[in-house]
Design a protein around this ligand. Sequence first.
Ligand code: PLI
Length: 489
Amino acid sequence: MGTLRGSHRRWAEPYRIKMVEPIRIPTRDQREAAILDAGYNTFLLRSEDVYIDLLTDSGTSAMSDRQWAALMVGDEAYAGSRSFYHLVDAVHEVYGYPELVPTHQGRGAENILSQILIKPGDVIPGNMYFTTTRWHQEKAGGSFADVIIDEAHDPASLHPFKGNVDLDKLRRIIAEVGAERIPYISLETNVNMAGGQPVSMANLTATYELCHEHGILVMLDATRALENAWFIQQREPGYARRSVAEILLEICSHSDGATVSSKKDNLVNIGGFLALRDPELARRARGLLVAYEGLHTYGGMSGRDMEALACGIREMIDGDDHVRARIGQVEYLGNLLIDAGVPIVLPIGGHGVYLNARAILPHLPQDDLPAQSLAAAIYLDSGVRAMERGVVSAGRDPATGENRHPRLELVRLTIPRRVYTQSHMEVTAESVASVCADADEIGGLAFTDEPEDLRFFLARFRPLPVPAKSTAEVSQRPLAEPHLIASGG
Ligand code: PLI
């Protein structure tokens, strides 16, 4: 008898499918019309024109039967909803924070946190920027300072914890601006813009100690802290036998509070919260909550949203099988792309696979927006929707008005939780590999409409001609990395 080989038993899904949502596969003609209509911005495509939607893992999870049942018992009272108290208990049990400020989604929590803590002229160090987080910090009069380790900016580095804070960079900033001008450090777990890369427990502990020596608060962006906990269990000595639930609680113990977009780890389609330890800070946050979001016992959520969220928070740590399968699927796609010779960010991240657009389109200078062009080309090829995470997302420096030029010029293939199958991953890998094989035929893009704030969401573009070879060689910025073929983390 033949034997079946492979490692899928390591990560196969711990659920079966009870309901399906039919999707349409648009034709090439339909895709051409759709991307033109969207101004070459995948955010502006209609979902009906998309086959496999890997734009984001935000709010795109499939809820479980238990979560759908929980919706039915939501308490829609304006004040004092029972569902709010269920949510308070879930956040306290799973994340360890006693004070809960519910918001409509993550950026609602970022707004309130920034407004209660930042004064004009303050500096907020962080382990790489996130778009909405930095926007709210700047709106409150602060400025962001990147203190992530250098390896995070190098797609080829195999550092197991590329989300770590460089403590020397942090010490230098404290010495330069003074601790009194640093209200808190914004510490993201499983850093999104670095490729879904984790922070180690050792680094979290050391950062917390350093900050507390100087009276600086540590505020986590715990949006993907569960995925970070998984990587700690897999990679950090001493954690292999600990459950992700225990590790998650320990991560949060090294912080004074957290903002969370519940649309990711927490397995719901909408929701978020600010969680804190200090009751006085929570009192101030609630003062703003009632103006911006809603009463303190619902924030921006309905009772049923809070009920499904409380259920999702418990479900995500109900054994390690969920997160193992979730990250296993991302790794599966990443390894298919590595096998096809496609340059991606390594190690493979937690919530998506990030294509290295600089290496795929070396003939395009960064100001011709290679990652934006690559995302449009992938959609045209197969109807797979991805997201630019490069110069367009980075925006302009508010002081100089110049484009920021991040070293990472990436296209993110983001995997929604519990939504797509292995075949969808295979179709995606085939499409990306075929686009990369003809990458020298892809031209750049130029803005035709550039919004001032968070421009990547609503910008429109026009195609530029494919540069002639000689021009391309002159205009090309040096690449930090060769075409990568290496094993994922
Ligand atoms: O989209 P929100 O407002 O629920 O959350 C904002 C937000 C905050 N922090 C981090 C790390 C995020 O990834 C995040 C949202 N991310 C989106 C929408 C994404 O596509 O990655």
